[in-house]
Ligand binder design. Structure first.
Ligand code: DGY
Length: 321
């Protein structure tokens, strides 16, 4: 008899076919998260689950799931997991690192350039029929990306992919991690370690690439935003909770920073409506990894983690060894 698993949300048919070779699947084939009580109920009696970042896996989700052996997230971020609760319950947890680095780095650049050159606001203005004549010293003067300083807070795999793309723009790249990277990695990224304070002070583009944990909650607040240049842009494709939205909205409103490109929000998808009134913020709906090829690779990676775990092998991307 095949082990029973839950797939908590709609994925591509290829992924279901791949899993079906190994498991009996309870498939919630809808593009909406299961309410917490239903998620808990459907985890009961399952050996494993494929989950999304919208599924909170904690003590209450696990309460009735005595036979559960592995939960495999289709995301590199796993702040939807209470890892301690999963470990206490003896459940293996996995994520999908690596396969989304380039796509997410591309999204960072899309937001960075859109914010610097005010692409989305200009598009709205043109569509509103407000373009009457071409002007030289126009209202759309933006910031140069080329030869600017790129500051990356959180220089993991995705941060490094972002840094490598900066070479084409002849940028100076600085980064901050708790620890410096090995020299060969710094050279490959053409990046130099600086303190967080120096990064905020010197960067024309501050890119947040940290994994979320309570330790980095509101890491960027009023003090950090005040340390940034008035011409600088903040780009967040990591997790919303890293930024204090109140402080960011005030800084954008008062033009204490030039702009922001945001793909993630603290209470997404319920955004603070004050963002909508600002013309110096570019907003996207958590699409960092959203190309078909990458989302497929992520789901296949999660499937392979689950197949390994339920066949008694160590899953490649185990989070709680
Ligand atoms: C991740 O993988 O953590 C992204 O935020 C979702 O694609």
């Amino acid at each position: 008899m095949k082990p029973k698993i839950l797939v908590s949300r709609e994925v591509f048919p290829e992924v279901i076919e791949h899993l079906a070779g190994h498991f009996e699947i309870d498939y919630h084939a809808e593009d909406a998260a299961l309410p917490p009580a239903e998620l808990a109920a459907r985890l009961a009696g399952k050996a494993g689950a494929i989950t999304m970042l919208t599924d909170r896996i904690d003590d209450s989700a696990l309460a009735g799931a005595g036979g559960l052996k592995a939960v495999c997230n289709v995301a590199v971020g796993y702040n939807n997991f209470d890892l301690a609760a999963l470990s206490r319950a003896g459940v293996l947890a996995t994520n999908t690192p690596g396969v989304l680095d380039d796509t997410t780095a591309d999204t960072v650049w899309a937001l960075l350039m859109a914010s610097a050159r005010r692409v989305v606001a200009a598009d709205r203005w043109v569509r509103a029929g407000r373009w009457q004549r071409w002007k030289f010293n126009d209202d759309w003067l933006g910031q140069d990306v080329h030869h600017a300083t790129l500051g990356i807070l959180g220089m993991g795999r995705i941060g490094q992919a972002v840094a490598k793309r900066a070479a084409g723009f002849a940028m100076r790249v600085i980064y901050h991690n708790r620890q410096t990277l090995p020299g060969e990695v710094e050279r490959a990224c053409n990046a130099r370690w600086v303190s967080k304070e120096a990064l905020l002070h010197e960067a024309d583009f501050v890119v947040l690439m940290l994994p979320y944990s309570p330790a980095v909650h509101h890491l960027v607040g009023a003090v950090e935003l005040a340390a940034m240049k008035p011409t600088a842009h903040l780009i967040n494709v990591a997790r919303g909770g890293i930024v204090d939205d109140d402080a960011l909205i005030a800084a954008l409103r008062e033009r204490r920073i030039a702009g922001a490109g945001l793909d993630v929000f603290e209470n997404e998808p319920a955004l603070d409506a004050r963002f909508f009134e600002l013309d110096n913020v570019t907003l996207t709906p958590h699409i960092g990894s959203s190309s078909r090829a990458t989302r497929l690779a992520m789901a296949m990676c999660a499937a392979d983690n689950l197949i390994a775990a339920l066949h008694g092998r160590r899953p490649p991307n185990l989070l709680n060894p």
